[in-house]
Design a protein around this ligand. Sequence first.
Ligand code: HEC
Length: 107
Amino acid sequence: MMLIRSLTVAAFVSAMAAPAIAAGDLKKGETLLTRDCSRCHAVGASGASPRADAPAFRTLATRYPIEALEEALGEGIMSGHPDMPEFRYDADDVGAIIDYLKSIQPR
Ligand code: HEC
């Protein structure tokens, strides 16, 4: 009985840790970026940034690996940003944002 229960828990935990990209997460990432970033950055797979000096998110991978943003998003993103408010996201939101950003990079 004990054994069965702990196996179930282990399966559940590894399912949570798996880097599965669920459609719901992509949508959530898009929603967060649209809410917080879209007044300056182009958030989608096409279109120009409202602020010409803000890079379109679909071009970010040409500068550095998208994963490099993970820490910045979790710890308070880039206060170096000109007149950009500080954003901080919890781990779930960071995962959704990173997955979304990866999904819009041209391949
Ligand atoms: C008020 C306008 C504004 C908002 C809001 C904004 N940004 Fe920016 N962002 C900029 C500008 C301008 C630049 C380019 C100048 C720079 O790199 O410092 C930039 C650059 C960036 C870069 C590239 C930095 C680099 O080193 O190449 C990233 C990544 C980024 N923004 C992410 C975000 C994210 C994620 C959000 C939302 C959570 C966001 N920005 C919201 C204005 C903004």
